[in-house]
Design a protein around this ligand. Structure first.
Ligand code: NAD
Length: 349
């Protein structure tokens, strides 16, 4: 059996990445669409062989509860709408795969986790990097101490934000600026690589005065995190510089490794360098191409089929929100912020 997904929101990511990714999926299929634009939904439905009766609007969304074709929803809406549609989906008896960032706050994330728990439904946050083979190899190298113990990770995810009018630059819809949108990759990936949670963060936020894009949300965030093993993370995100998406892990035993690009949809590259005698020997394994969205969809579908907890459950998204709130607090107060340990479900890490 394949798990039937309703795609909620037919924007750039849904149309250009997620819908095509179903084509190579083994366990997931698109069976319904939820959109504010009926014409667009009809066109997309025809393109992917979805029955016209399975097109819903944001208003009649709750009727999905009467549709046995739909096992799960994939929420691909602006961030502020994730909470509402997760809770409505859970109440309709459907599992939820929700795009990152999970929500606009830790408080919203907690309500989403509770709604899915109360309904007995699974909740997964779409952290595609954690399913992507190059990034998974970096995680394995770090955790196996392949080049020694990782002491420092440096990460950057930057790009130029486009026109000022878009939802990503409105605080109410996006929750914040570069940090929750693209800085989140640096935060989530460093936690994933290390397999531990930061104890302390320190941050700076800056927006260019007079730039119309940054009236409501921040342009750049630089932050550091300290982890219990002693590992240090230095992260950079910006909506005001040319695109760069990379990281490097520095290990203590004569080696480093990392990805550049690290967070793109395709053509990721992993590179490592290790001392051999007096030589510094580089390797860059060719790992081929796998569609990250297919891997992520198949993981969610298999968790539903086998009744397992997703590798990136709601608690994973909540933890990032807790840390992002600490990052903003540190930037606001000019002081380091300590973080409490969280309780992790068994499948988490
Ligand atoms: P988008 O603007 O292209 O699409 C958003 C969709 O939501 C559109 O179809 C729009 O019509 C609809 N919508 C409904 N109400 C809206 C409102 N009030 N304002 C604006 N749009 C509204 O955005 P996107 O790039 O597809 O992003 C959607 C979600 O996916 C976001 O949460 C984003 O963070 C996430 N995303 C994830 C990745 C990834 O790699 N995992 C990449 C891009 C986006």
């Amino acid at each position: 059996k394949r798990i039937g997904f309703a795609i909620v929101g037919l924007g750039d990511l849904a149309l250009n990445q997620i819908m095509p990714a179903f084509g190579s999926s083994k366990y997931a299929k698109p069976v319904a669409l939820v959109s504010g634009h009926p014409d667009k939904a009809q066109k997309v439905a025809a393109q992917y062989g979805i029955a016209p009766k399975n097109i819903y609007s944001y208003q009649n969304f709750d009727q999905i509860k009467n549709n046995p074709d739909i096992d799960a929803v994939y929420i691909v809406l602006p961030n502020s709408m994730h909470e509402e549609f997760t809770i409505r989906a859970a109440k309709a008896g459907k599992h939820v795969l929700c795009e990152k960032p999970m929500a606009n706050s830790a408080e919203q994330a907690r309500r989403m986790i509770k709604a899915c728990k109360d309904a007995g439904k699974k909740l997964m946050i779409a952290y595609r990097i954690q399913y992507e083979p190059h990034n998974r190899l970096a995680m394995k190298w770090a955790r196996d101490k392949h080049f020694g113990r990782v002491k420092i990770i440096e990460l950057a995810n930057t790009q130029n934000a486009g026109a000022p009018g878009q939802w990503r630059l409105k605080k109410a819809l996006a929750g914040g600026g570069s940090l929750p949108d693209i800085g989140l990759y640096c935060l989530n990936t460093s936690r994933f690589i290390l397999g531990e949670e930061p104890e302390m963060v320190m941050a700076t936020v800056y927006s260019t005065p007079g730039d119309p894009r940054f009236k409501e949300v921040e342009e750049s965030v630089l932050w550091q995190m300290h982890f219990p093993s002693g590992a240090l993370v230095n992260a950079t995100t910006s909506y005001g510089t040319h695109k760069s998406r990379r990281y490097r892990c520095y290990a203590d035993n004569g080696g480093w490794f990392g990805l550049d690009p690290a967070f793109d949809y395709q053509r990721l590259q992993i590179e490592a360098s290790q001392a051999q005698g007096n030589l510094e020997v580089k390797q860059s394994p060719d790992m081929g191409e796998k569609d990250q969205f297919t891997l992520e969809l198949d993981h969610m579908a298999q968790c539903i089929l086998e009744n397992k907890t997703p590798y990136t459950p709601g608690e994973e998204g909540l933890q990032d929100h807790i840390i992002m709130e600490a990052i903003y607090e540190s930037a606001r107060t000019g002081k380091p912020v300590k973080l409490n340990k969280i309780d992790k479900p068994d499948a988490f890490r």
